[in-house]
Design a protein around this ligand. Sequence first.
Ligand SMILES: [Zn+2]
Length: 385
Amino acid sequence: MTTASDYLAKQQKAYPPRYAYSHGLDRAQRLYQYLAPVLPPRILELFASGLLAVGEVGRNNPDVATSTQSDGSVVIQFNSGMIDFVEAVARGLAGLFVMQTASGNKNAPALTLQEAALKIAGFFREWKWPENWLWIFRPTRSPQFALTDHARKTAEADVTRAQLFMLAHELGHVVLEKKILPPFFANTETNADITALKFVTDFATRRGEDHTPIFAGAVLAIRIFAGLEKVGVCFTGEYPDQAERIANISAYMLSLCPSKQYFHEISRIAVAYQDMMDSVESIIVKRPCPVRPDAERIIPHLIAALLAAVQNQTTKERLIARILAIAEQTPADIKRQVADTLHQYYVAAPQDETLFDDVTKGKMGALIVEVLPELPEQVRVMFEK
Ligand SMILES: [Zn+2]
């Protein structure tokens, strides 16, 4: 037995994992199994020989960390508290994205933005001193509200993707420490993030999925760490600022995309998480945290709104209301940039490789032209060429 497997076995004996699958794997090991097919062979060898041990430890404090033992073997310990916490947050977020609730109005989210933000901020606050000692004894509860099967499955998939990124980040540290892959950057944490994004995007590609949900999962994972830090949770690792982490993984994600338009199209769920987590953080710190209007966020946001409208998930009136709300908070130069970009992507429609097919893009372009007369003069002129 290596020191790593011995250490993990002792931890798990003292703090049994909160959830074990029928085939004897805990949740961290199950996440590892998902990633295994895209990991470098050297990592698989280390794992097979016990020089790398991965496991869930039934501790409540939300943490995941990698430690190197005296014999050079490595342990990745994923606490049940973190696994449960991601689950609670993602379920809260899913309440927002439900298009058809089991009860109540059709095409209405189960929660409004404010309600969802409050609920999620509540999970973060449970960690705030002096309440957090309570959580030594109590695991995080998942929110209780009606979710349809579809919404529940979406939430579960988002949970898994955020957790996968967290584990992939730790595996990124192992890869760098053991010099299995060359570093991309000088900063260790940035390297671990970029390596993690490489693993999870390879995982999605292998499953035949486009990168929209996996990128959203990575952004959500980083925002969860940042939110927990805001309420005073200390982690084993030290992370750079979330805005910097997200800017770094976004730059890498863009480099993997065949065009800027493709990148904007796959960013639409990630920016929805960003907006949501900004609201959550404002509630946590009890003051508004104004986010500077950013074309890189507004473009995917409006792409999502246009797509939802052409797929009949929302109405034209709601789309117009969305555009007006954004226009009101956005300075003219950014509005101009957003309008130019959307016009370029869907009305002028270049031949770049994009995520959506030509029919969908054609419908989105036609919709832009259709809603223009209903927009106020100063917004309309920006689209008119
Ligand atoms: Zn790290």
